[in-house]
Design a protein around this ligand. Structure first.
Ligand SMILES: NC(=[NH2+])NCCC[C@H](N)C(=O)O
Ligand SMILES: [Mn+2]
Ligand SMILES: [Mn+2]
Length: 304
């Protein structure tokens, strides 16, 4: 991949989605991240920032949950269709799309939108979870546990065929970083597809520096773009408590920054999303603040 030196601008899109997860409140994630001054930070870093505001997302109270093994499938599909269309336009304009969630089910639409005009996309999946479930393997029926499988072309046809093509990404161009809570079906899929998963065990042994060096090789080999999908629950709950599905033993605050700084230095990223910030479960907005600090590092902020 060529280094992307002529970044024109950044376009922010909020997706206040909470239909993909069991715990309410993650719909306030985009507001919390904006409140933590994301636009100011990026402007200070010298970028031309445009905020498109939030997509409209139905509230769970006004809809029927639908099939319990794929909760709110219809509503989630339609929001993701709109998100994919919005992102396609942003890519066509030559801007860097920065999506603020919302639960992780929005990655279905983000990835569909950013992959549409690309031949081959690399994907960095920063998460405590694999998000590789299907209706058959999910223990919860929550679609936020499925977006990576969907992007690989595995899952309900309405989700998989979103934006009219499938798959969005190939298993050999994906890295998962920070995994420590995987369901049985997800373990199977990881082995079957040969997906490179850097678990917490690998991060402990290799160190984040090596993990990211290897990750950059994987996601940039023979690709024309790289998307970062960052679930704040990848971080340790001590540093990012405002998430709906926290798992102890996560990536530290500094390791997270090192990962973002190295991705930034490599100049490979072409789009990003920050998801699962739940202000109701947070402590004085510190999870949204962590998200904004990491966004700073993604866009080149340095200590010195
Ligand atoms: N994006 C997330 N936080 N996903 C959590 C998924 C948890 C669990 N594996 C499930 O499928 O329900
Ligand atoms: Mn997660
Ligand atoms: Mn996730």
């Amino acid at each position: 991949m060529e280094k992307d030196n002529q970044r024109q601008g950044i376009t922010i899109i909020g997706v206040p989605m909470d239909l993909g997860a069991d715990r309410r409140g993650v719909d306030m994630g985009p507001s919390a991240i904006r409140y933590a001054s994301v636009q100011e930070k990026l402007t200070l870093l010298g970028f031309d920032v445009k905020d498109l505001g939030n997509l409209q997302v139905p509230t769970p109270e006004s809809y029927d949950v639908g099939e319990t093994h794929l909760k709110y499938l219809r509503e989630i599909t339609s929001v993701n269709e709109e998100l994919a269309e919005t992102l396609d336009k942003v890519v066509l304009e030559g801007c860097f799309p920065l999506v603020l969630g919302g639960d992780h089910s929005i990655a279905i639409g983000t990835i569909a939108g950013v992959a549409k005009r690309r031949k081959r996309m690399g994907l960095v999946w920063f998460d405590a979870h694999g998000d590789l479930n299907t209706a058959e393997t999910s223990p919860t029926g929550n679609i936020h546990g499925m977006p990576l499988a969907v992007s690989l072309g595995i899952g309900h046809p309405d989700l998989v065929n979103l934006a009219g093509f499938t798959p969005k990404v190939q298993p050999e161009n994906i890295v998962v970083i920070g995994a420590r809570s995987l369901d049985e079906g997800e373990r199977h899929l990881i082995r079957e597809k040969g997906i490179r998963v850097f678990t917490m065990h690998d991060i402990d042994r290799l160190g984040m520096g090596r993990v990211i060096e290897e990750s950059i090789d994987i996601v940039s080999k023979d690709t024309d773009s790289v998307h970062l999908s960052l679930d704040l629950d990848g971080m340790d709950p001590k540093d990012a408590p405002g998430v709906g599905t926290p798992v102890p033993g996560g990536i530290s605050y500094r390791e997270s920054h090192l990962a973002m700084e190295m991705l930034s230095d490599a100049g490979v990223l072409t789009s990003a999303e920050f998801v699962e910030v739940n202000p109701i479960l947070d402590r004085k907005n510190c999870t949204a603040q962590a998200a904004v600090a990491l966004i700073g590092s993604v866009f080149g902020e340095k200590i010195l």
